[in-house]
Write a new protein. Structure first.
Length: 107
């Protein structure tokens, strides 16, 4: 859970009011116990006010930097659900379900 802890720590830079981070690696091919390659992140932060979705994602990817596989890290996929506090309330504090992984879902 080293990568998961590092993600949480880096997201704290956004002064979040809510964080939910789920390791979804078990739902993907090549899974083994302890693998940390696929994550679903839900983060609510006032930092997202007046920012478009792409700007929010860029902000988060910037924080992840060397954790992503293209930078030599272990994260292959990061599903991001980023909300302002007001949007989170309008969303009824629920997050969309994750899609199946190329028909290789293990569940």
């Amino acid at each position: 859970m080293q990568t998961q802890s590092e993600i949480r720590q880096r997201i704290e830079a956004l002064n979040p009011t809510h964080i939910e981070l789920i390791n979804e690696s078990k739902n993907h091919s090549g899974y083994f116990e302890g693998k940390e390659s696929h994550f679903k992140l839900t983060v609510v932060s006032p930092e997202f006010e007046a920012k478009r979705r792409v700007a929010r994602h860029q902000l988060i990817y910037g924080l992840m930097d060397n954790l992503m596989t293209s930078q030599g890290g272990t994260i292959h996929a990061l599903a991001i659900h980023a909300y302002s506090p007001e949007e989170w309330q309008q969303q009824n504090q629920t997050v969309p379900a994750s899609p199946l992984c190329a028909s290789q879902n293990k569940q």
